[in-house]
Write a protein that binds this ligand. Structure first.
Ligand code: AMP
Ligand code: ZN
Length: 136
């Protein structure tokens, strides 16, 4: 398959490998937003989060947990962001499930551009109802 992360997993493209096990591979992001920015990549090719069955996500996050701890400790981070982009509109560039681990320091200047805005009258209740009705 012509997927850059599958190629990294198969060893066809070099990477700065930090850890691997049967669930995933952790590498340094080649274009980091902070030094130590790490990608925990699912060994299996799932295009996005909801394509992976819950059991696979559990195993993936078990490994992710280990890697997150190591990134925080190894970089001396004072905080960290965990991020999964899903689909192009959400900023996903590589459609292969991966978790960004971004180590943070006080005053590091890194900004994620949130654009919070209030709900118009009645909209919050409407959306809550739609989400609840969609629960399995
Ligand atoms: P996303 O936007 O969530 O799909 O993130 C993809 C990430 O993969 C970006 O942060 C890229 O910098 C990173 N990336 C792309 N190619 C490579 C590569 N060959 N090795 C390591 N990281 C990569
Ligand atoms: Zn892939």
């Amino acid at each position: 398959m012509d997927c850059i992360f599958c190629k990294i997993i198969r060893g066809e493209i070099p990477s700065s490998k930090l850890y691997e096990d049967e669930n995933c591979l952790a590498i340094l992001d080649i274009n980091p937003v902070a030094f130590g920015h790490t990608l925990v990549i699912s060994r299996r090719h799932y295009p996005e989060f909801l394509d992976a069955p819950p059991e696979a996500m559990t195993e993936f996050m078990k490994t992710g947990y280990k890697v997150i701890g190591a990134v925080v400790k190894g970089t001396g981070a004072e905080g960290y962001n965990l991020l999964v982009n899903n689909n192009r509109c959400a900023g996903q560039v590589i459609p292969h499930l991966h978790l960004h681990v971004i180590p943070r320091k006080n005053g590091d200047g890194l900004r994620f551009e949130w654009n919070p805005r209030p709900y118009p009258e009645g909209e919050m209740e409407k959306i809550a109802k739609a989400i609840k009705a969609s629960l399995p």
